[in-house]
Design a protein around this ligand. Sequence first.
Ligand code: SF4
Ligand code: SF4
Length: 380
Amino acid sequence: MLFTNNLLILEVSKVIARESAYEYDILRKDIFDILALLDNGVITSGKVVLIKPNLLRASPVEQAITTHPLIIRFVAEYVLEKGARPLVMDSPAIGKFSKIVKDTGLVDALKGLDITLEEFTASVRIDSHGSAKDVDDLQFKETELAQEALQADCIINLPKLKTHTQMGLTLAVKNLFGCVVGLRKPEWHLKIGENRDKFAELLISIYRRLRPTINILDGILALEGNGPGTGGIPRQLGVLIAANDAVDVDVAVCQMLDLHPEWLPTNRVAKRLGLIKDISIDGRIKKVKGFVLPNSTSLVFGPSFARKFIRQNLTSSPVSDKKLCKLCNECVNICPAKAITNNGKTLHFDYDKCIRCYCCSEVCPHSAIKVQRPLLRRFF
Ligand code: SF4
Ligand code: SF4
C-alpha cells in the first residue's frame, strides 16, 4: 500500500504459480509461458542477460541442492530466441566451478546452445543502494559485487526452494548473495557475526542494487530440514513460483509454506523499507503442510551481559558425527571464525568463537555436521 497526496493507492504485484515437473515438454512450456508473462519487452535483441541459478556445490539433481539444469536451459533458449546474449554465471560456495557444472548436469543440459557458462571472478566496489533514498538505517552502504551482475542489461534470477540453517530459507533474495565473489562471502559472515537481521540487511542491499528483472523459483523438488547443503532432505512440491520482484516470490513462498511472511528475516527488512506489496497469484498455490524447517533460532537476544550464557544454552550449535566425518577439512577451511580444528582423529568446535553461520554444515560433503539444539532449549 502507498499513500500519495492523501490518496491511498493499492499496489498489487503479480506472482505466477505453476504446478510443474522436470519433464522436458511440460517444463519447457511452463518456463516459456512464465517468461512471456514477465518479460514486459525487456529481453530484446542485443541485450546481455545474466542468468543466475543456485549452483551451491557439485551434487546430482536428486539432492535438490542446485537449480534444475533444464530450467536453466529453457531460460537460456528463451533469451536466445529473443536475440539477446545469455550469460549463465554464479560464484559457488564450495568446490570447483568446472566440476559443479558437470556434476549438476548443467554442461549436458546446455549442449548446443550459444551461451557463456562461467564463474564470477571479478568484483566491483559499489554503493549498495544505487539511487534508493530510504536506506539510512541500513548499514551496508558499500558492497563488492560481481562485475557481470552489475554490467548485465537484465538479470534472470533462478533460485531453488531450500531451507537455510542460518536464514531459515534461501529463496529469491538470498540467491543473489551468489553475486558476491568467492571468499568475500565468508568475510561477510565474519563481519556480520551472529546477527541474522544484519545479514538480512546485507541481502536486501544486494537485492536493491541488482534488482533482477525476472525471478523464477525452482520448487519442483525442494529441500527441507537442515539445508541448504547435504544436511537437507529433498521434498517434492511440484511448483514454480515467479515474479518480477524477488521479494514477491519470497512472500508467496512463505504463504505457501504456512509461514508468516515476516518469519523470514529478509522479508522483515523489506517490510521496514516498504518493499512488501500485496500480491495476487496467477495460478494456484497449494498450501504445503509440515514443511520441515532447520534446527536454528534467533541468536542475538537478551541483555548483553547474558549473551554468552544464552549462546551456549539456547542457540543451536554445529556438531560433527564421528561416524560420517572423513576429516576432509572442507568445514575447517570455510569456517569464517576459525572455530574448527582437526587434530587428525576428530574435529573440535570452539563455541565461544563460533558465530553460528552454519557454513560448515552447508559445505560438508558427507552430511557429517548436524545442527543440534541445546538441552535447555529442548526442555523449554
Ligand atoms: S566437511 Fe564434513 S567430512 Fe569434512 S571434516 Fe568437516 S565434518 Fe568432516
Ligand atoms: S563452526 Fe560452523 S557455524 Fe561456527 S562459525 Fe564456523 S562455520 Fe560458522
